[in-house]
Ligand binder design. Structure first.
Ligand SMILES: [Zn+2]
Ligand SMILES: [Zn+2]
Length: 355
């Protein structure tokens, strides 16, 4: 393995320098004017979403092209499925067993069609609209291909990493399209333990001196985070340490009153205070029945919702045993019986939020 020579920067190094660097780009290098976040593209598209933090009215699919408001911050669910993706190829080729969810998910417009778990925070702060991605997994290219043009997402202002499994970092190589063609580089915010993994899995992105001259790989700036809050532009991000299997740490993240925990098998006592007064909880729920050693099943996830008491919950990271319509119909009943506002998310869902 190549020795690390790479571009680690302390987390307090804000993105301001990066933004300035981008703004100073010579037109001769980037002959096409690149408006921040591709806003000019939006004029071609039709705005159709409502501002609300409640379940029903915000649903959007690929069939209705929508634009960012230019004012309203929002979350876009880039992917909501487990590592293998839904549908499973093995289910579609099984000569004996019929998998109803994968069969439905073969339709590109099905809400059961899910790629690796990831969200994009579109944050409208004092420095303008920023795109912050949480995780770029092995299906990132396919998710971005589907949703970024649809939603007019052009630049990536930062990528935050929850942990170093392939469904969270497998797409780092695909970021080359952005750093070759859209912007000079992308800051990656990652815990040191996961950066150590990246030195092996993506050694050529950490130590670019090993690259053959002329090869164009992703240009990434690595910022090491610990379990303390940090700031991206003026958005405060608070890591939410959780267990993702015995002895294996993953990070959720809180921004504003939104808590995102995508890969979790247990929540340590010290993390619960960070989840107080949560308006929107986005949380792991792998399968309908029991939990696995590395992920919450639905019953455990619901128990955590009852404990954390968010105003609204959207589950993510579902495998092929979770039928979107059936599970959501069950969850809807919990609103009447327990007052729980809980639903499954789906790829492409966008939710306006206050940050
Ligand atoms: Zn299946
Ligand atoms: Zn994982």
């Amino acid at each position: 393995m190549a020795a690390f020579l790479g571009a680690v920067r302390p987390v307090q190094c804000s993105l301001t320098n990066f933004a300035n660097q981008r703004l100073k780009l010579s037109p001769s290098i980037f002959p096409v004017s690149v408006p921040r976040n591709g806003l000019s593209f939006h004029h071609l598209l039709k705005r159709t979403f409502q501002s609300s933090l409640h379940s029903a009215p915000v649903e959007s699919t690929s069939s209705n092209l929508v634009t960012p408001s230019g004012e309203q911050s929002e979350i876009i669910f880039v992917g909501t499925g487990t590592s293998e993706g839904i549908p499973r190829v093995s289910c579609l080729t099984d000569p004996v067993k019929n998998c109803p969810v994968c069969k439905k998910a073969a339709d590109p417009n099905s809400k059961n069609r899910r790629l690796n778990t990831s969200i994009l925070i579109r944050y409208n702060g004092s420095s303008g609209l920023r795109n912050v991605l949480i995780d770029a997994g092995k299906f990132f290219y396919h998710s971005a291909l589907r949703w970024f043009p649809t939603y007019g997402i052009r630049t990536l202002d930062a990528v935050i990493i929850t942990h170093s499994h392939a469904d969270a970092i497998g797409g780092l190589d695909d970021l080359r399209d952005w750093t070759n063609n859209v912007q000079p580089s992308i800051p990656i915010y990652v815990a040191n333990r996961d950066f150590e993994v990246m030195k092996k899995t993506h050694y050529y992105l950490v130590d670019t001196s090993v690259i053959i001259p002329g090869a164009a790989v992703s240009e990434l700036q690595f910022h090491i985070i610990d379990e303390e809050p940090f700031t991206l532009h003026d958005l405060k991000i608070t890591p939410l340490p959780v267990w993702h299997g015995q002895g294996y740490r993953s990070l959720g993240f809180r921004f504003g009153n939104i808590c995102y925990i995508s890969d979790v098998s247990d929540i340590p006592d010290e993390t619960y205070p960070l989840l107080k007064d949560c308006d929107l909880l986005i949380m792991d729920a792998l399968k309908p029945e029991r939990s696995t050693p590395t992920h919450f099943g639905l019953p455990r996830a619901l128990d955590e919702v009852r404990k954390i008491k968010p105003k609204r919950t959207l589950f993510t990271g579902m495998m092929h045993l979770m039928d979107h319509e059936e599970i959501n119909a069950y969850l809807l009943k919990l609103k009447d019986t327990e007052g729980l506002d809980v639903q499954l998310s789906y790829d492409g869902l966008r939710v306006p939020v206050n940050l």
